[in-house]
Design a protein around this ligand. Structure first.
Ligand code: 1HN
Length: 349
């Protein structure tokens, strides 16, 4: 049959191409695969190996000229796409003492996870927060934000953080808008540092407050508190066989995700932990804060230490071993999977 009509079929395909028509039956299997067939591959970045390139960039371009001095972490299977998974962006941003990254805003939501140095700040919608390693900071969609590095406690050093954004999702939906702040560099500060924590960070909320936007009104989640929570739970020995002790960052006003498009987590694995395998449809980026161990991702084996970053593609089997007490941050596109009703996860073994 195929033999018989092969040429005629090809002729039909050629004839319909100018009409912008194409036959479904040739692509059906790829359009609805029996399980996720991601083009993404597991990948690993050893911070020690890439830090020198960031510092070299620091000598070649200022934060102001670059607007954001960032080296993008690209999935090796998605070159040129500025994407670490099909839906997620990741980059490492460097800001040197005295520099300013000018104020702008965009529809894309951002998270910052601080990995190296202290004394930088970010200002979001008129409130500043000082950055320390392990802090998780959010920049909600369409909020003005700028960064600087004025030093702290007499320390003046380069500061590097991981930027996670929903750039590929917004691109997919063709819904991106952006603008530069007319003020030029730093936006004026209108509230003292700690103001949003006072309002929403004490398991309380102002009695009359207008709910603005979907993102958390807490925009900085300091590592000191996160670490304390994880270690307290670890001492209770409430260790999950797959995930160790894993907490999600939430919007205290709703109990939902801190960022509407990005799930964010912090996880503790006790020394000696040898976890079971799991997989989920939300591709996930990990950034190690403390400790060392092994991540088994698909057929790869990543030996990780502090500040290292790796990506787990959709549906890739994942398990962890901890050689020391490990604390690691992660983010994924899980809220979108949940909203669309397409999240699947499997806990294996
Ligand atoms: C952005 O605004 C930041 O504000 C970082 O620090 C990375 C990547 C693409 C587009 C905007 C930032 C970004 C970005």
């Amino acid at each position: 049959m195929q033999q018989q009509y092969g040429q005629e079929r090809q002729k039909l395909y050629d004839d319909i191409r100018p009409q912008h028509l194409t036959p479904l039956w040739e692509v059906l299997h790829a359009l609805v695969p029996p399980q996720p067939m991601t083009p993404c591959v597991p990948a690993f970045w050893r911070y020690r190996d890439i830090r020198p390139y960031l510092m070299a960039a620091g000598k070649l371009i200022t934060a102001e000229e670059a607007v954001r001095r960032v080296l993008i972490l690209e999935n090796p299977a998605l070159p040129g796409r500025s994407a670490i998974t099909q839906s997620l962006y990741a980059g490492l941003q460097l800001i040197l003492p005295g520099e300013v990254a000018p104020s702008h805003r965009h529809v894309q939501s951002a998270l910052r996870f601080v990995i190296d140095g202290k004394g930088a700040y970010t200002t979001v919608a008129g409130e500043r927060t000082t950055m320390h390693p392990g802090d998780f900071i959010i920049t909600p969609s369409w909020t003005w934000h700028d960064h600087g590095n004025e030093g702290i406690d007499g320390v003046s050093e380069p500061v590097v953080w991981l930027d996670g954004l929903d750039i590929p999702m917004v691109r997919f939906f063709d819904a991106g808008f952006a603008e530069n702040d007319a003020v030029g560099k730093s936006q004026p500060v209108s509230r003292p540092e700690g103001s949003s924590h006072a309002r929403f960070g004490a398991n309380m909320a102002p009695v009359r407050h207008d709910r603005k936007g979907l993102a958390s009104p807490i925009f900085s989640y300091p590592y000191s508190r996160t670490r304390e929570a994880l270690h307290t739970l670890a001492r209770e020995q409430d260790i999950d066989a797959w995930e160790g002790v894993k907490l999600k960052y939430i919007n205290p006003a709703t109990g939902g995700w801190a960022i509407p498009t990005l799930a964010t987590f912090m996880q503790f694995l006790p020394k000696g932990f040898a976890g079971k395998r799991s997989r989920s449809t939300d591709g996930t980026v990990y950034c190690v804060t403390e400790g060392a161990g092994i991540a088994h991702v698909g057929n790869e084996r990543f030996s990780f230490g502090p500040q290292d970053i790796f990506v787990v593609p959709s549906w890739a089997p994942l398990s962890f071993e901890a050689h020391q007490d490990v604390v690691m941050f992660s983010y994924s596109d899980r809220p979108v999977h949940e909203a669309l009703g397409i999240l699947r996860e499997e806990f294996l073994d």
